[in-house]
Design a protein around this ligand. Structure first.
Ligand SMILES: NC(=O)c1ccc[n+]([C@@H]2O[C@H](COP(=O)([O-])OP(=O)(O)OC[C@H]3O[C@@H](n4cnc5c(N)ncnc54)[C@H](O)[C@@H]3O)[C@@H](O)[C@H]2O)c1
Length: 273
């Protein structure tokens, strides 16, 4: 019987994290590397990905970087080819890349778009990255995993894929009224559908697919927003970035070997009431 250390150990595994240079992407890549995996930091921001992979290497992990556009099949193919050539296998995929509008200080003005006036092009762009991109990378990774009959795919969702955004939170940011955009809820709900499709498609194999649903993670938010958000959670606060690390390693590792088609919600209780 495996010990708990063995169950969480990712030594000898290779993981790709799309959006790996992003705010949570950094947490995911760092966590997987700390658990022993070789990690590919894949992001459209190629320099940021390279810098972050270098950081992981410097602190004792094993990482490489790739410039990736999840919406471009040729770029996705290059990612898979690079990963197999560099590390010899592909065991874990974390789909974290997304257009996720932020509400930190100084980033407010681009979110003042009501539902009635929401631009078609923004809707299309987000569907392309958040859903089509996740489909393309999952499909390419699953082709490799299908050969070994084993692998873990982790799709990053959001509480807003489960419940609608509480737009009153964004009111706290003042005038003009800001909104969490419609595409965000729709694409994140779609992530759950894709997760269940992939999980059930690979029935009878050890290819598992689960979603990880973070709640709002504290960054440079305005105090009024932080306070309003905190009141909506059972734990009375936003998440700290490191609070997503355990969940991603759990889903990537043998510790979750009987879990597929599921959604691990790490939201401080947001969706509990
Ligand atoms: N930060 C939060 O509070 C929070 C909460 C719930 C869910 N999430 C989800 O977690 C995931 C990560 O969020 P984050 O906070 O790190 O966001 P982020 O914006 O910091 O990171 C997203 C990353 O994706 C990359 N990216 C965008 N388009 C791409 C493309 N076409 N190809 C490849 N890479 C691309 C960006 O360069 C960026 O590095 C997202 O799916 C987000 O929706 C975040």
């Amino acid at each position: 019987m495996a010990s708990i250390q063995e169950l969480f150990d990712l030594s000898g595994r290779t993981a790709i994290v799309t959006g790996g240079a992003g705010f949570l992407g950094q947490q995911f890549t760092e966590a997987l590397a700390e658990a022993g995996a070789d990690v590919v930091v894949a992001d459209i921001e190629g320099q940021a990905a390279a810098d972050w992979a270098e950081h992981i290497d410097r602190v004792g992990g094993s990482a490489a970087s790739v410039t990736l556009d999840v919406t471009d099949p040729a770029s996705v193919k290059e990612l898979i080819d690079f990963t197999l050539k560099r590390f010899g296998s592909l065991d874990i995929l974390v789909n974290s890349a997304a257009l996720d509008p932020k509400f930190e200080s100084g980033t407010k003005s681009s979110h003042a778009t009501s539902f009635e006036a929401f631009p078609l092009q923004s809707w299309k762009d987000a569907l392309e990255v958040n859903l089509t991109g996740m489909f393309l990378v999952s499909q390419a990774a699953a082709r490799v995993m299908a050969e070994s009959g084993k692998g873990s795919l982790i799709n990053i969702c959001s509480t807003y894929g489960i419940a609608g955004p509480d737009q009153r939170l964004y009111e706290s940011l003042g005038e003009p009224h800001l909104y969490k955009p419609v595409y965000y809820s729709v694409t994140k709900a779609g992530v759950l559908g894709l997760t269940k499709y992939i999980a059930t498609y690979y029935q009878g194999t050890e290819i598992r697919c689960n979603a990880l649903t973070p709640g709002g993670v504290e960054r440079d938010h305005e105090p009024a927003f932080k306070e309003a958000y905190a009141q909506r959670t059972v734990l009375g606060r936003m998440a700290y970035p490191h609070e997503m690390k355990g969940a991603v390693v759990f889903l990537a590792s043998e510790a979750s070997s009987y879990m597929t088609g599921s959604n691990l919600i790490v939201d401080g209780g947001w969706t509990a009431w």
